[in-house]
Ligand binder design. Structure first.
Ligand code: F6R
Length: 611
């Protein structure tokens, strides 16, 4: 996602900031900018597109100054443009800010400041931070931060410059990572180690609530009460490649582990978690359109198609909206029968991480050609599918670099959950009170995802024990069947192991002939009303010699000698997401055991722009 770099020391820093931004390019971005503190305020330069554009704009004469901040922006609030690009300044040009994360209450804060006469110049949530710091400025930036940060809801990693203190660099963190790099006579901040490694290997990881005040002489860290905090630096021994992965051996594992944050960011964009209300301005249907809706057709490919299948079930179960999930490459050529009715009766929804998949784009064009309104879920701002859709809902998963899609899938399913709840409410299927309860359950999801990730050693040990396994069948019913499809796809694409998904009740109609002592059957069973049915299917395959894994809810009649990866204490519509995380980890660790090229599996491409 976005990247931060900051420096204070005794040398001019503009070149160092740009170099730092280049080290962060792998995270994905659509614009970049720097601010350098000089004797007469800030020199600011911003450019849309590549960092090369920023270099070109700056020309040969880089601004002089020993303290500065830089940022690569991956647009969330507001399109990629110079106005929206960081650093943001307050209206008096006294404060400069770079920010990663999302300020959830920025609209309310902005309205308050505008009432007080403050003029804004961008669409971003970040500008609110700069304006607040300018508005409440006490003459001392540390004190001002202590006053302003409690007003902010959401997540942030901040780099801040104060024109009155051009030899100091300020920073703060809540829920978004930020490192402080310690050098000799110079200090740094960065969103990840990749930007710092060529300067220093001594780094402090800021903790939530920390505020840092950095000068050439050193770095002082304070807690939210303003009292000093001792933070021991770590020595980073990674090479530059590992640093880009923040110490993870592969992007796939990094992205699996980023899922709690991806869920949190996406949720915060669509739901006011304080009031437990859906942000109506982000939703594609008003009440009239929701009532007129007769059928929603979802089209996508691969993992995004599985998200679409999950979406179909959520829309039907929660909102009572008839929905179909179509493989985009089939939809583009197959017959389409529209339900009849007004222009809002048949709506099309494309799901895509990259926003560039050729078949999904063609399906969207076809639907539009048939007169349907087209909505898109996209993880990439301004991608072709996002541009051509009538309405876009972005997943805020951050850039996905590993070929195998993980965090995008979870956020796509989360979006379907929010959409289904919104439609259910608009169509009078659930009360406002029930909606709040469901949103509160959604708010707990990132923490529950983290609890699954905390058990990753268990999955690793299982993968070690089962490295000789030849065939894997994933079985499940209803949404657990959809999770089985995703689990089988993930396992085969990264580990090259043969894996299949079957609706649990269907196996005995033929495929059960393949089951023997060398077959692992992983049953996904999270749905209380059909748990016993899936257990019974597990008994059938156990009787044929298969060895068993349950990803789901254990209970009476579960076959003995079955490994259990628990999914418990979560609403049934959210349970598949937690089961999916286990399946992703299983795919990852199995591929690791087999020595596969995990981030770039053979024959696959991240963005499939051909038919
Ligand atoms: C599997 C995977 C692919 C993509 C598919 C669609 O892990 O990543 O199946 O899901 O190629 O890609 P997007 O979502 O970019 O349209």
């Amino acid at each position: 996602m976005c990247g931060i770099i900051g420096f204070t020391g005794a040398r001019d820093c503009a070149e160092l900031l740009i170099r730092g931004l280049e080290q962060l390019e792998y995270r994905g971005y659509d614009s970049a900018g720097i601010a350098v503190a000089g004797a007469d305020g800030f020199a600011v330069c911003k450019a849309v597109g590549r960092i090369a554009n920023l270099r070109e704009k700056l020309g040969a004469a880089l601004p002089a100054g020993h303290t500065g901040i830089g940022h690569t922006r991956w647009a969330t609030h507001g399109r990629p443009s110079e106005e929206n690009c960081h650093p943001h300044l307050d209206e008096k040009g006294r404060v400069a800010v770079v920010h990663n994360g999302i300020i959830e209450n920025y609209l309310a804060l902005k309205a308050r400041l505008e009432e007080a006469g403050v003029r804004f110049s961008s669409e971003t949530d970040t500008e609110v931070v700069a304006q607040l710091l300018g508005y409440y400025y006490t003459g001392d930036m540390k004190q001002t931060l202590l006053k302003v940060l409690p007003m902010l809801e959401g997540s942030f990693a901040l780099g801040v410059l104060d024109a009155n203190a051009p030899d100091a660099l300020y920073c703060a963190r809540r829920h978004s990572p930020l490192l402080v790099g310690l050098g000799r006579g110079e200090q740094y901040i960065a969103s990840d180690a990749a930007a710092l490694i060529e300067h220093t290997r001594e780094m402090i990881t800021l903790e939530d609530g920390d505020i840092g005040v950095l000068t050439a002489a050193g770095a002082a860290i304070y807690g939210p009460d303003g009292a000093p905090r001792a933070r021991a630096p770590m020595h980073v021994s990674w090479d530059a490649g590992a640093a880009r992965k923040n110490g993870y051996p592969h992007f796939m594992l990094k992205e699996i582990c980023e899922q709690p944050q991806a869920l949190r960011d996406t949720l915060a964009h669509y739901v006011d978690l304080e009031r437990l209300e859906i942000r109506r301005e982000q939703m594609p249907f008003d009440r009239q359109q929701a009532l007129a809706l007769k059928e929603l057709t979802i089209a996508a490919c691969g993992t995004a198609y599985h998200a679409g299948m999950m979406g179909r079930a959520l829309l039907e179960n929660i909102a009572g909206v008839r929905a179909r999930a179509e493989i985009a490459s089939e939809y583009r050529y197959g017959p389409v029968i529209l339900p009849g009715g007004g222009p809002d009766s048949a709506v099309f929804l494309a799901v895509s991480q990259s926003g560039e998949t050729a078949d999904t784009l063609a399906a969207l064009r076809r639907a539009k050609g048939l007169g349907m309104r087209a909505i898109a879920f996209s993880n990439v701002i301004g991608a072709s599918i996002a541009r051509e859709a009538d309405t876009v809902m972005y997943t805020l998963a951050g850039p996905e670099i590993a070929v195998a899609s993980t965090k995008a899938y979870l956020t796509q399913v989360l979006l379907f959950e929010i959409l289904a709840l919104d439609l259910a409410h608009l169509r009078g299927r659930i009360t406002g009170e029930a909606l709040k309860q469901r949103l509160a359950q959604l708010a707990a999801l990132p923490g529950q995802a983290q609890a699954v990730l905390n058990r990753k050693e268990m999955v690793l040990n299982f993968a070690k024990r089962n490295r000789a396994c030849r065939d894997v069948f994933f079985i499940g019913r209803l949404t657990d069947y959809t999770t089985s499809l995703e689990a089988a796809l993930k396992l085969k694409e990264v580990s090259y192991l043969h894996s299949e998904a079957y609706a649990a009740g269907e196996l005995k109609h033929g495929t059960i002939a393949l089951i023997d002592e060398e077959t692992l059957v992983a049953a996904i069973a999270t749905q209380p009303e059909i748990l016993q049915k899936t257990y019974a299917n597990m008994q059938e395959v156990k009787a044929r010699g298969a060895y068993l894994l349950l990803i789901g809810t254990p209970g009476a009649n579960l076959p003995e000698d079955c490994e259990v990866w628990p999914v418990e204490g979560v609403h049934p519509t959210l349970a598949p997401l937690l089961a999916t995380i286990y399946a992703q980890l299983l795919a990852y660790y199995t591929a690791l055991m087999h020595g596969c090229d995990i981030d770039k599996p053979r024959n696959l491409a991240k963005s499939v722009t051909v038919e």
